[in-house]
Design a protein around this ligand. Structure first.
Ligand SMILES: [Zn+2]
Length: 285
């Protein structure tokens, strides 16, 4: 599922292509992907200029000149392609927005959606989201408080979109690895130093992933060499039974908080109390 770096990559690549341009046409192939009748959708979307794109958590907002906006969540398997009819990938498209002879194709929207909202409804949806990892308001102190207040494993904490928005299964693994933290480490046991290190590593991993174009498989347009550039940089995620790049120990996959967590049992054991570490080690053997 696309996470903060993937959506940020889309935002950066799409902004110069679609902002300030009117939507000249729209095609809905799957009505379930939108939230209003097609007729209303067409009336509210066609001839509207996109005034601004914005990322909130894992969602992307297309602000229209009318004040309404389109809220995109790609969920599992969704992606976008921008180009001409001739360039479009041979895949089923659920929603299409046209800008003259260029089109923005929304593909793989099975769980994902593109919803039309009034400005206030969109605000309401975003209000349920936790703080953005890059928000200047997220100081080390505030982050420490957030961690201490919750009795969760590190993995569950980072996946909870009402606490932090934008981090999913992949980057939670990568951040825990860089911070040297076991994904089962309990947030309430974090010291101020742990919180500072985790915040620093979280931003550093996400920043590096954004600069490398995230991990999406498919390019966003013909000649796009940025999207997906981070895939080969993943240290632990989806690397079960492969050696850790840092110490050579095999990476372990374990279900934590009903999600798959990947980690190096050697590099990520240091932050557990001796008793917890012994218990977890026993389970892992
Ligand atoms: Zn290791």
């Amino acid at each position: 599922m696309p996470e903060l770096p993937e959506m940020e990559t889309y935002l950066r690549l799409l902004t110069p292509r679609v902002t300030g341009r009117p939507i000249t046409d729209t095609i809905i192939e799957r009505e379930k992907s939108i939230n209003v009748p097609v007729q209303q959708w067409t009336r509210d979307v066609v001839q509207q200029t996109i005034v601004k794109l914005e990322r909130r958590g894992k969602t992307l907002l297309f602000h229209l000149q009318s004040g309404k906006c389109l809220l995109l969540h790609l969920m599992l398997g969704g992606w976008m392609f921008y180009g001409t009819e001739k360039e479009r990938p041979n895949r089923t498209v659920q929603v299409q927005l046209s800008f003259g002879d260029q089109h923005l194709y929304f593909i793989g929207l099975r769980l994902g959606y593109l919803h039309l909202h009034s400005a206030s409804a969109a605000e309401e949806k975003s209000a349920a989201l936790g703080i953005d990892p890059f928000s200047p308001q997220l100081t080390a102190e505030r982050f420490y408080e957030l961690l201490r207040r919750k009795r969760k494993t590190m993995k569950a904490f980072m996946l909870d979109q009402s606490l932090l928005s934008g981090i999913g299964n992949c980057y939670s693994d990568e951040i825990c690895f860089e911070a040297g933290m076991h994904p089962q480490f309990k947030t309430e046991n974090c010291s101020q130093g742990d919180a500072e290190k985790l915040l620093y590593m979280m931003r550093s991993v996400l920043r590096e992933a954004i600069l490398s174009g995230g991990y999406m498989d498919e390019p966003m347009f013909v000649g796009d060499t940025l999207t997906g550039g981070y895939s080969e940089n993943l240290r632990v995620h989806d690397r079960a039974d492969q050696p850790c790049h840092r110490c050579g120990t095999n990476i372990i996959m374990k279900e934590i908080a009903s999600r798959k967590a990947y980690f190096c049992p050697n590099c990520q054991s240091k932050k557990l109390s001796n008793r917890a570490a012994a218990g977890i080690r026993e389970e892992e053997q």
